[in-house]
Write a protein that binds this ligand. Structure first.
Ligand SMILES: NC(=O)c1ccc[n+]([C@@H]2O[C@H](COP(=O)([O-])OP(=O)(O)OC[C@H]3O[C@@H](n4cnc5c(N)ncnc54)[C@H](OP(=O)(O)O)[C@@H]3O)[C@@H](O)[C@H]2O)c1
Length: 286
């Protein structure tokens, strides 16, 4: 039986994997939260991996607060770059396989059209730069790895756009939402399903980068409109430009990821974010 370690197991993706993994009893799952395993600590990783005889690590641990990263850049780099380097070093030392999750924010968003895996990267925020370093740590490693870049993750867990819009639209009569940033929302449960499919496929660990996102490009504003319409919430949504919020972290204008490579390589059919959103909303009680 394959023995798998999931780091950062209390995050959106970690919890989604926990739920989806229940259908895969042919894999031995070891879920470790930040409290149980801090990826900044090499010795802790080694101890867990040896103790549990781990063969594959799925890294769901990350510092994901894009705005706070601008102030706490050391923290962002400690986790997203140095932490990932620790995982790489452990995998090299013990000959383990490693799956890592990266972000659409490695691109500057200036391209018209979808980003392919080999397009020029140019991260523009601290969070994006820290994730980009982490990605490079993996790509340059000698172990068997795989990087999946994803975008606009949502789920019934943790903090995310879908949950924030539901909460705020129920509370406020009017909310302002950015309408000049475009991307592809991704249901963490769909990503979890793909990660498991890749674990079970012998051709996955070839040190390649893949993009995975649900199909369909949208703006945050249109995404929010769908959320409140499916939830039947009465609230006025006002489209605003990115500059309205005075954010410190600059986000890419267009970070739509092309998913053709992963679809072709693993014979996947990716559903639209609309359909996935409907499934996700069934699991959100708020
Ligand atoms: N969310 C998005 O929209 C998005 C978009 C593109 C890519 N991604 C990438 O997708 C992956 C999963 O994202 P997510 O939304 O599931 O993130 P998340 O909900 O923030 O989960 C990340 C988890 O990692 C934990 N963590 C932080 N520092 C750690 C450390 N040093 N050691 C171990 N665990 C640590 C966090 O714990 P605490 O919460 O207690 O700190 C949290 O439980 C990340 O790599 C992220 O960069 C996310």
């Amino acid at each position: 039986m394959i023995k798998v370690l999931v780091t950062g197991s209390e995050g959106q993706l970690g919890q989604s994997l926990k739920l989806v993994s229940k259908n895969y009893s042919n894999i031995e799952w070891n879920f470790f939260s930040k409290k149980q395993l801090d990826i900044r600590k090499f010795d802790q990783i080694i101890r867990v991996v040896l103790n549990k005889k781990i063969q594959i690590i799925i890294n769901c641990a990350a510092y994901t607060n894009v705005e706070n990263s601008e102030r706490e850049f050391t923290k962002a780099f400690e986790v997203n770059s140095n932490g990932v380097k620790n995982l790489v070093n452990v995998c090299e030392k013990l000959k383990l396989k490693l799956i890592h999750i990266s972000t659409d924010y490695v691109f500057d968003g200036k391209k018209n059209g979808e980003y392919q895996e080999n397009n020029k990267t140019n991260p523009i925020s601290i969070y994006a730069k820290s994730k980009f370093e982490g990605e490079n740590n993996i790509i340059r490693s000698n172990s068997e790895t795989l990087v999946i870049r994803t975008s606009w993750l949502f789920s019934p867990y943790g903090k995310n756009f879908v949950k924030t819009i539901i909460k705020r639209s129920k509370h406020d009569g009017e909310i302002k939402v950015v309408n000049d940033q475009f991307g592809k929302p991704t249901y963490a449960m769909d990503l979890a399903q793909v990660i498991i499919a890749l674990i079970l496929n012998k051709n996955s660990f070839k040190n390649k980068v893949y993009h995975f996102a649900n199909s369909g490009k949208t703006s945050w504003y249109n995404f929010a409109k769908k959320i409140i319409s499916y939830k039947k919430i009465e609230c006025k949504l006002v489209p605003v430009s990115s500059s309205f919020f005075n954010y410190k972290a600059i986000r890419p204008e267009n970070s739509t990821l092309s998913t053709k490579f992963i679809e072709k390589s693993f014979n996947l059919e990716i559903r639209s974010w609309n359909l996935s959103l409907k499934d996700c909303l069934k699991l959100i009680d708020e």
